[in-house]
Write a protein that binds this ligand. Structure first.
Ligand SMILES: NC(=O)c1ccc[n+]([C@@H]2O[C@H](COP(=O)([O-])OP(=O)(O)OC[C@H]3O[C@@H](n4cnc5c(N)ncnc54)[C@H](OP(=O)(O)O)[C@@H]3O)[C@@H](O)[C@H]2O)c1
Length: 229
């Protein structure tokens, strides 16, 4: 709520708040209805997301289903709700927040990577489909970013043990995303280091190297964190 106050105060805009748990299809319905009603919707940002690190076969099945619901089904439904109005007006933008995890297999983060890969293909295809409509669609693929994402259970040690070099500020991610949106890039990987990482991952030898390093880092975290054992 305080964020809405800040937006009203600093940018003189109308800010409405609609709390909704996007893992609950009924609540997604309410958001869909609101989106469809906004007559001058300029931009839809599907940002909600979370990780549940751990072995796929050990994570409760409901948590994987919730992630698919939030990352994929809610995003698809909210895009579908926004588009008829945007198409009729011949303008509008959609940003689906994905991840560089979309470009890699991630043992210990299997459903996360898979849902983000879906968002990339979905957003790129949608952008192709909408190319002559004046609407822009982007899958934003950040790497490690300083937010509350890694404060959740299972990520102990990430914020303190991964060197500062690998992290971006959320503000810088946003700036690069909006710049890329103006240029019409359907996939935005913010930060030179993240773009380099994705280029290495796409090379077969590079992918093996990154996997080995990630596995080693995972073992070190596990050894130093009692809650991950
Ligand atoms: N931080 C990173 O390193 C990183 C890297 C790559 C991609 N991403 C992606 O960036 C996006 C934003 O994450 P963040 O880094 O800003 O993390 P964050 O600070 O934890 O924010 C995640 C947001 O998603 C919301 N959310 C989670 N589950 C939800 C649900 N069931 N219904 C409605 N809202 C829900 C959270 O709301 P509540 O606070 O109310 O739970 C929160 O506002 C996510 O899609 C994430 O996958 C993050």
């Amino acid at each position: 709520m305080s964020l809405a106050d800040e937006a009203r105060r600093n940018f003189h805009v109308t800010a409405r708040v609609l709390p909704a748990d996007l893992s609950d299809p009924t609540q997604v319905n309410r958001v869909e209805r609101l989106i469809a009603e906004i007559a001058d919707l300029e931009i839809l940002i599907n940002n909600a997301g979370f990780g549940v690190p751990g072995k796929f076969a050990e994570i409760p099945a409901e948590r994987n289903a919730e992630m698919i619901q939030v990352h994929i089904l809610a995003t698809v439904r909210l895009c579908r709700a926004a588009l008829p109005g945007m198409i009729a007006r011949g303008r509008g933008s959609i940003i689906n927040v994905s991840s560089i995890a979309a470009f890699m297999t991630s043992p210990g983060n299997t459903t996360y990577s898979a849902t983000k890969a879906y968002l990339n293909v979905f957003s790129e295809s949608l952008q192709d489909e909408l190319k002559d409509t004046g609407i822009r669609v982007q899958a934003l693929c950040p790497g490690l970013t300083r937010t509350e994402f890694h404060d959740r259970p299972g990520y102990e040690g990430y914020k303190t043990k991964i060197p500062e070099f690998f992290w971006m500020r959320a503000e810088d991610v946003v700036t690069e995303s909006l710049d890329a949106l103006k240029k019409g890039s359907a996939i935005c990987i913010p930060g030179f280091r993240n773009r380099l990482l994705v280029a290495v991952i796409r090379n077969r030898v590079g992918a093996r190297l990154i996997k080995a390093l990630a596995a080693r880092f995972g073992q070190r975290l596990e050894a130093s964190s009692p809650t991950r054992r």
